[in-house]
Design a protein. Structure first.
Length: 115
């Protein structure tokens, strides 16, 4: 009986490892997109609104730009990254607290907001 458990365990480990290798890139790409969306909802939507319009009480009071607008979308990824990472005006920067990858994920998500 003891010899039967070992081959079964080896098969299970091999299947799980193969599954991780085969699904790794797709899962990672999906996770990055999800992380950007989740980060946006938790860190940005309070002021910028869930759709990026800035149509919140604070957004209206502060005249926040619509992140979906042609003006904002025309900015380079580097420009949007700098604003996200370092902050601008009253908006805090997120590089120190979230890291560079999270800021990049936020920029990628902002690109998805365009109409």
């Amino acid at each position: 009986m003891g010899t039967r458990k070992w081959p079964l365990a080896a098969v299970i480990v091999a299947v799980l490892a193969a599954s991780a290798v085969l699904s790794g890139p797709a899962r990672t790409a999906g996770a990055a997109g999800a992380d950007g969306a989740t980060l946006f909802r938790t860190k940005c939507a309070t002021c910028h609104a869930a759709d990026g319009s800035g149509n919140t009480a604070y957004g209206k009071r502060s005249s926040l730009r619509d992140l979906r607008s042609a003006e904002v979308q025309a900015q380079s990824d580097a420009q949007l990254y700098t604003i996200t990472a370092k902050g601008k005006g009253k908006m805090p920067g997120y590089e120190a607290s979230l890291g560079a990858d999270a800021c990049k994920a936020l920029v990628a998500y902002m690109r998805q907001l365009k109409p």
